[in-house]
Design a protein around this ligand. Structure first.
Ligand code: SF4
Length: 276
């Protein structure tokens, strides 16, 4: 029997490792259908960046991608998270709900990847909706085929990370295929689900004009996409790679210059995307 812990307040920038050594591998997880418990990295209470208004952001453990520039490799494995009861998460969220409602905010579930622990995520989203909160998930879309319409009906906004437009570049930077993400994006467009697209600009990895152009041309016709956010690569997560003794390919990569960011923003704009 796995030991339940306390959901931890903190920050995405905190290093958390080895908290649930008996957890299954994230690729082999068999959740109970009720999502009664799950693995959590941490939560933040005052984000103004991960959805409209003031947000509580819950960072779940488990991701099947291995982005070379990941800022939070300590969210990859379930074994690094804290195993918590869903009721505890919901109770904690409930204590913030009045403030979130009054500030037109809500809950964002990020990670890691929220679709790894689908039942757990669904249960928390449903509880947030019952509290009258706006709900968002941040996802790569790689596991989008796992999600049914009932799940999507509890999500008001999808922060969709499209990590590259070129399949080869996508595989090089994430270790996975691009196609499931594009499929998920098309499904969201078909049902008119509000989306903010996020693209991490990594010099030498994702900045090739042809790569950016492919995302821009794919996204531009989608009326459900409010805008594309170009997020500059940074080194705030470098210490985690070092502490976890994982080979960090981007150790010498520098954040994009203002000029490079402007070029990429202009590319999205020129294709008809709103940007920010
Ligand atoms: S999808 Fe996100 S959490 Fe997963 S490896 Fe990529 S950047 Fe890291």
């Amino acid at each position: 029997m796995l030991q339940l812990g306390e959901v931890a307040a903190g920050s995405r920038h905190d290093l958390r490792v080895g908290l649930s050594p008996d957890a299954p591998d994230e690729a082999d997880l068999r959740e109970d259908a009720a999502g009664a418990s799950g693995y959590v990295h941490s939560y933040e209470t005052s984000s103004r960046y991960d959805g409209p208004g003031l947000r509580v952001v819950l960072f779940l453990s488990g991701c099947l991608l291995r982005c070379t520039y990941c800022h939070n490799p300590d969210t990859w494995h379930l074994k690094d998270g804290t195993y918590v009861a869903v009721e505890q998460v919901i109770k904690r969220l409930g204590s913030f709900a009045p403030a979130l409602r009054s500030l037109d905010g809500g809950l964002t579930i990020s990670g890691g990847e929220p679709m790894v622990q689908l039942a757990f995520t669904r249960r928390i989203l449903a509880a947030a909706k019952e509290m009258g909160l706006h709900t968002a998930i941040e996802t790569s879309g790689f596991l989008g085929d796992r999600v049914d319409d009932r799940f999507l009906s509890a999500v008001d906004l999808v922060l969709l990370d499209i990590k590259s437009g070129d399949p080869e570049t996508y595989r090089k930077v994430t270790g996975r295929d691009l196609a499931p993400t594009l499929r998920f994006a098309e499904r969201l467009a078909a049902i008119g689900k509000p989306v903010w697209v996020r693209f991490t600009l990594v010099p030498g990895e994702t900045d090739d004009p042809a790569n950016v152009e492919k995302i821009a041309k794919f996204v531009a016709p989608m009326k459900n996409v409010a805008w594309v956010e170009v997020q500059p690569f940074h080194q705030l997560g470098a210490f985690k790679w070092k502490a976890m003794q994982i080979d960090y390919k981007e150790a010498d990569t520098i954040p994009p210059s203002a000029g490079l960011k402007q070029r990429v923003l202009a590319q999205f704009r020129d294709n008809g995307c709103r940007v920010r």
